[in-house]
Design a binder for this molecule. Structure first.
Ligand code: FES
Ligand SMILES: [Fe+2]
Length: 380
């Protein structure tokens, strides 16, 4: 985000706060059937498989030989490696012999990946390097026994993977101007501090919606962030299918008392980058968090929350305690959202609602659903 954008976003927020108004568009809605229907979910997966998605931060594969195994979109077993040249790869975590999982979910560092079933052994670029009793497999072709590789790219300090496709990823084009906008954070100068992950019994869109409006802050987050934020005051901008939301804090009201050259958006607002369809980067005053949302089934979503802090701010116990408290507060707040999401999904079973309604100041929700429908139809 350049300085001009930072000031103009703060100006938009402070004008709204001073006039006690909100940026209004038309009302919107979404059919409840779209959150429960398996056909709808399959149509969403069909387009999602062709989009690059943020999976982990580069610091999570810190050295040559680092690997991470995780369950991803549709519970796809994914294995990320950093090879001996430092290049990142994304593989299906399945042996080419008879399909056994190579690594259990978790991370580590090694030169070779050895299958736990019959010890076929691969290097970190996915090539089969050795197998016991090779004489039993005279027709084995090293090319054909390479681990199944998915398109991936390390970009902006994150590792991006696409579920389907042969070509090289071009994450810069996918993010468009929003990619440049969040460069301002210097994501590659941060490291993972803490993480947690949980599967929630809710459709992925219910989880995403919780991050696209601040209308619920004063009520649903009354025990956590509510005192810090202005009631239902946010502004958002679209970058292709992606959004940047600015969630104004109470202090925005007094920003006029500061000279403009001292205005700092991280002091007076949280900035949330929503990378379509379902991942977000939440910019807080001195660090950022990611919310990686992974659809598994129409009513099942895995969400991982990770806190990243500046590399050079992890030296003292005091600093660590500060980050720990931040992580716990973020997690406590998001738990309030996810528990609500499960209740909403449960409520859908009652048939009480045909539509969900979005207010005039919740345009991000309306646009999110419009874009999702256009993506399904291939018209975005
Ligand atoms: S399944 Fe992996 S070595 Fe047999
Ligand atoms: Fe929330």
């Amino acid at each position: 985000m350049n300085r001009e954008t930072e000031i103009s976003l703060l100006k938009r927020c402070t004008d709204l706060a001073n006039s006690n108004s909100r940026e209004m568009t038309a009302e919107g809605s979404s059919l409840v059937a779209r959150y429960v229907c398996d056909n709808e979910f399959q149509s969403e997966l069909a387009y999602m498989r062709k989009l690059p998605m943020m999976v982990v931060h580069s610091s999570e594969l810190p050295e040559k030989g680092s690997f991470i195994a995780l369950n991803w979109l549709e519970d796809f077993p994914l294995l990320l490696t950093r090879d001996m040249d430092g290049k990142v790869h994304a593989f299906a975590n399945a042996c080419q012999h008879r399909g056994s999982r190579l690594e259990a979910p978790g991370e580590g560092c090694k030169k070779r990946l050895m299958c736990p079933y019959h010890a076929w052994t691969y290097d970190m670029t996915g090539y089969l390097k050795s197998l016991p009793h090779k004489e039993g497999f005279p027709s084995i072709d090293p090319e054909k026994t390479k681990l199944k590789e998915l398109p991936s790219q390390e970009f902006n300090g994150f590792v991006w993977v696409q579920r389907e496709g042969e070509s090289e990823l071009d994450v810069a084009s996918y993010l468009g101007e929003m990619g440049e906008d969040f460069n301002w954070l210097a994501p590659e100068e941060h490291v993972l501090f803490e993480q947690t992950e949980q599967v929630w019994k809710a459709n992925w869109k219910v989880i995403v919606e919780g991050g696209l409006e601040s209308y619920h802050f004063k009520i649903a987050h009354r025990n956590t962030i509510a005192p810090l934020f202005r009631d239902a005051l946010s502004v958002f901008d679209e970058f292709g299918p992606h959004f940047r939301s600015v969630l104004a804090k109470e202090s925005i009201k007094f920003i006029g008392e500061q000279p403009v050259d001292q205005w700092n958006i991280r002091e007076h607002a949280n900035v949330l980058y929503s990378v379509f369809p379902m991942n977000s980067i939440l910019v807080q005053p001195d660090h950022f968090a990611t919310i990686v949302t992974v659809p598994i089934a129409p009513d099942k979503t895995r969400v991982s929350i990770k806190t990243y802090v500046p590399k050079n701010a992890l030296n003292t116990e005091k600093q660590k305690a500060h980050w720990k408290a931040n992580f716990e507060f973020t997690w406590k707040t998001l738990l309030e959202d996810f528990e609500l999401a499960e209740q909403i999904q449960q409520g859908m079973k009652s048939g009480a609602n045909e539509d969900f309604y979005f207010g005039r100041f919740e345009n991000a929700l309306t646009r999110f659903h419009e874009i999702n429908q256009q993506m399904i139809k291939g018209s975005f």
